[in-house]
Design a protein around this ligand. Structure first.
Ligand code: NDP
Ligand code: MG
Length: 394
């Protein structure tokens, strides 16, 4: 029996994780849950899975959660805030940590799980984008196991002959390129002039995937692919020119690995995150994810095209950040969290997201980020600049 801690259990990935667990009560036990604003949902989840711990990340909601759990007759330990998240991510009883909090808020508990040598199921790509080599170093030093949930990275991981620990090793294994596929989101073919006026509802209406609001907007701007480019760079020790973005609107192929001999291996499946979630939970074994197999007789066509950098300026910002260094990736991620939230609040236009992101990277000072504390300080500074630019704009 494996004990799992689900950071961000009330989100899209968290819910899918609990669904996979539900199908395997003999293999997995939910040991800890965490929520931020959705108290009623976490109470329902607790009634179903009886966790040992629940963390209420928003301390202001503690009393509400406590009394609702009490009314529901659920007996569990309640912890609060970031400290509570770090506690559940590092408890000795916890075998695996699903890192599914959205954004920079996920960094501290995910990093703590790495330091505690846990098996980490990584959905929270932002934490790796923010702290790249520090995070990978901590995984290595503490013998943690980092398994990618993000469907593209999970696909690449499945197409590799073994885990990659250096670029030399990748080259020795005959790996030529990672082909990172992306659907292009809801605005792939929208006339450019119309992008100025698209709404949050349109941006969140992804053609293939049902996801949280922040990552949905990131998919519409293709910042998601940009963050994933940086994520792939760190996870697989690949330089920029060994990662290629391929637009594939049907999201059937979730990414590919190209080898020296001309072979290309692809991982395919339905657009349902329970597949990569089940994969990382059971790895190296396989379990039922609850998702039906792909029916090739129902597929009309698979198409591919290069990314359009004019339509998706965030992509170029992210790729350039890999060259510039950690300070640029961290700043870009922070700026993007502020600009996406402002767009979702209808304070700015869709096209302002990339403008703000670019300006923050331009204005922030380049610096060495050689500790998690310096990453967090730099993240705060970047948010400060993003908010300044936001005020200038609105
Ligand atoms: P959601 O917005 O659906 O869920 C986010 C989760 O994080 C919720 O449980 C939310 O709590 C919690 N949360 C939000 N803010 C905070 C905070 N400040 N402190 C602590 N917890 C917080 O996001 P997704 O599930 O879509 O995405 C989660 C992560 O997984 C992201 O990093 C995303 O990039 C990644 N990912 C998601 C995919 C998807 O298909 N959804 C695919 C690949 C990667 P509450 O709801 O209670 O407020
Ligand atoms: Mg992805």
């Amino acid at each position: 029996m494996q004990n799992i801690c689900v950071l961000g259990s009330t989100g899209s990935i968290g819910i899918s994780t609990l669904d996979v667990v539900k199908h395997h009560p003999d293999k997995y036990r939910v040991f800890a849950l965490s929520c931020f604003s959705q108290i009623d949902m976490v109470v329902e989840q607790a009634k179903a899975v009886h966790p040992q711990y629940i963390v209420c990340a928003d301390e202001a909601q503690y009393q509400t959660l406590k009394s609702k759990l009490n009314d529901a007759g659920v007996v569990t330990e309640i912890l609060v805030g970031e400290e509570g998240l770090i506690t559940i991510a590092t408890l000795p009883e916890v075998d695996m940590v699903m890192a599914a909090i959205v954004g920079a808020a996920g960094l501290a508990p995910t990093y703590a799980a790495a330091k505690a040598g846990k098996r980490i199921l990584l959905a929270n790509k932002e934490s790796l984008v923010m702290s790249g080599s520090l995070f990978m170093q901590s995984v290595k030093e503490n013998n943690a196991l980092l398994l990618p949930v993000d469907s593209e990275h999970n696909a690449i991981f499945q197409c590799l002959p073994q885990a990659i620990h250096s670029n030399e090793q990748a080259t020795q294994l005959g790996i030529k390129k990672l082909l990172l596929t992306g659907s292009g989101g809801p605005f792939l073919n929208t006339p450019l002039a119309e992008l100025e006026t698209v709404t949050p509802e349109q941006a969140c209406n992804h053609p293939n995937w049902d996801m949280g609001r922040k990552i949905s907007v990131d998919s519409a701007t293709m910042m998601n692919k940009g963050l994933e480019f940086i994520e792939a760079h760190w996870l697989f020790h690949m330089p920029k020119d060994m990662i290629q973005i391929v637009v594939h609107p049907q999201s059937v192929i979730h990414s590919m690995v190209q080898y020296q001999d001309g072979s290309v291996l692809a991982q395919m499946g339905r657009s349902d995150m329970r597949i990569p979630i089940a994969h990382v939970m059971a790895y190296p074994e396989r379990i039922d994810s609850g998702v039906e197999a792909l029916d090739f007789m129902q597929l009309n066509e698979l198409t591919f095209c290069p990314p359009d950098f004019q339509r998706f300026p965030n992509l170029e910002l992210a790729i350039n950040a890999v060259d510039a260094g950690q300070w640029a990736s961290t700043a870009l991620n922070a700026a993007n969290e502020i600009s996406v939230a402002a767009f979702l609040n209808r304070q700015i236009r869709f096209t302002d997201i990339a403008r703000i992101n670019a300006k923050v990277v331009e204005r922030i000072n380049a610096c060495d980020l050689n500790s998690i504390e310096s990453v967090i300080t730099h993240d705060i500074e970047s948010r400060h600049i993003a908010n300044q630019i936001l005020r200038e704009l609105t």
